[in-house]
Each structure stands twice: as C-alpha cells, then as structure tokens.
Write a protein that binds this ligand. Structure first.
Ligand SMILES: [Zn+2]
Length: 315
C-alpha cells in the first residue's frame, strides 16, 4: 500500500494528490499554524484526495485561511477554484503575474490543451475561475503571517516560469519551491535509497539562466529543507543543488544539439530519457522500476520546454 499522508514534522503534512492517477507525483502541503495554510492544490482531480487527507488530519476545510500556489501551472493550481467550493473562508495567494489567469482561466486552459492535447479533459477538467476578491497577490520579499511568531516570506523565483514564487517558512527553516529547483524522485526511489533530482523545464517560459539565479537565491537562504512540488521534502539540500547544477547544463546542451541537427522535441525527450536512464542503470536501478515511467513522462514535457526556449531564442 502506498502512503497517502506524510508527517514532515514542524506542523507540516503532505497529502498525495495522485496527479495523473500516480502516487508520489504531486502533493499538497498543509501547514497547521495558528492559521492553516495549504501549499499547492494539484489539478482538480486531486481535490477529493486533498479533502480526504484533511479529514484524516481532522481539519475542517472551512478553517483553511490560505491556499498558496507556487505558480499557475495546472498541476499546481488547477484545482484551486474547485477546492474553494469546500474552503469557504480561504483566500488564494498567487504571484502577481499569475493572478489574472486564476480569475479568468481561459488562457490556462488553451495553453494546457496545446501541451496535453487529447489528455486535457482526462487530467485537468474542470478549471474553475476564482473570484477576484478571493485572490491575494504577493510580490518579491512580501510576507504572510500565520501567527505572531510565523511569517512566511515570498521570493520571486523565475526560470521554470515567470509567474513563480517560492515560500520560505521560518519554523522549519525550509522553502516551498514548486518547480523552481526541479523534481525530487526520492519517494518513488525509496526502496533503493538513491537520491535523484532533475530540473523541470516545462513550456513555455523556461529560462535556464533565470533558473540558475533562482537556485542561487534559494541557496543563499541557507535552508535546512526543500519542499518540492513533485514530490515531498528533501533534507540533503547540498545534494539537491549539486545534482541540479550538473543536470541543467546537460539539458540545455541536448537542446543545442537538437538545434544543430534540426531535430524536434521528440528527439530531445529521447536524449533526456537516455541520459537519466544511463545514470540510473549505473546505480543498478532495474529496468522494471516505476521511476522510469516518471522519468519518461517528465522528459517528454521537459523536452517541449527546451525546444520552445531555443525556438524563441532563434527568433
Ligand atoms: Zn510547473
């Protein structure tokens, strides 16, 4: 049986949202301070999982004060509108560049259809608009008090997307990074004890230099833990920085090569997958391990973002 709720200490729990119907992909963090905040909703299909998790944690959804979304990609905030139906007293906290798309999600929907095609309905429907008076915008370094002793701080962290912030929590000395730093595969690799972190270069605002700058910004905060959008917390933060700094240039290099050879994103996806696969094979992870399915899915989306970055660069 897969675990659905993780107690991360420091009054923080993680509820698995079963994004794409898979465990250990996308989760919702619950911060139980004097005021209760949740970070990320996943897509609408995750909302029943969130409500079940809250029930198990004995939290009345009406007691949730804030629903914070790190950015407005649908696997992070697509369910916010639907979740609000059950969280009548919650405000949705979002980056300035994301707010209008939560209020009017039409562009989010068309953008996701462009990436996910026929799978859109199955994975993301419905995406409900959020009333403007429920939306709170946080600019770089602004704060949000959960109690007299806890103020969350928001930091702009572009690179994965322009409408992305990360949220620093002083109680755990940790930071919620959404997709800024990348994806953490440790949970699916739990049986092996191997740590794997890869950049998340989804379309269509991937900018490698900004991603590295955001990584440095987070590094300078000297945190003890990083709460990933996908999936769960990492406490070996030095290893996170090390791996992302080594993978990111390789991802970009594969993009450059595809430009030179006139290849498309399918080729990039194959190259990305093969590079990671070779690495995992060296670590003796069997071909049948479920991590490879995760890598395959992520490589295909990362490849589209890399292709998009080079297409714009050459325009
Ligand atoms: Zn994203």
């Amino acid at each position: 049986m897969t675990k659905k709720i993780f107690d991360l200490g420091n009054r923080i729990h993680l509820i698995d949202g079963f994004d794409l119907s898979l465990p250990y992909r996308t989760g919702t963090y619950v911060i139980q301070d004097e005021k209760i905040a949740i970070v990320e909703t996943g897509p609408s299909l995750s909302v029943p999982h969130i409500l079940n998790g809250l029930k198990e944690l004995e939290i009345d959804p009406n007691d949730i004060a804030y629903i914070i979304v790190t950015h407005i990609h649908l696997d992070h905030s697509g369910g916010a509108g639907l979740l609000l139906n059950d969280c009548q007293n919650a405000k949705v906290v979002v980056h300035a560049k994301g707010a209008r798309h939560l209020i009017d999600p039409s562009r989010l929907i068309s953008g996701a259809k462009a990436v996910y095609g026929d799978d859109f309905d199955r994975f993301f429907d419905p995406i409900l608009p959020i009333p403007e008076d429920k939306v709170i915008i946080k600019e770089d370094t602004e704060t949000l008090a959960l109690s007299e002793t806890c103020e969350l701080t928001f930091y702009n962290t572009p690179g994965h997307s322009d409408h992305h912030f990360s949220i620093y929590d002083p109680v755990s000395n940790g930071i919620f990074t959404g997709d800024t730093i990348g994806v953490n595969y440790n949970q699916i690799l739990e049986d092996t004890g191997i740590q794997l972190y890869l950049p998340s270069t989804s379309p269509n605002q991937f900018k490698p230099d900004a991603m590295l700058d955001s990584l440095e910004k987070i590094y300078s905060l000297n945190v003890d833990c990083i709460y990933f959008g996908h999936f769960n917390v990492a406490r070996d933060v030095e290893e996170v920085y090390k791996q992302i700094k080594s993978w990111l240039p390789l991802f970009v290099e594969i993009g450059e090569k595809s430009e030179q050879l006139g290849k498309d994103h399918h080729w990039i996806a194959d190259q990305l997958y093969t590079a990671v696969q070779e690495d995992l094979q060296k670590l003796e992870i069997k071909d049948t391990h479920p991590v490879y399915e995760f890598i395959k899915l992520d490589a295909s989306v990362c490849a589209m973002g890399i292709a998009d970055y080079f297409a714009k660069k050459n325009r």
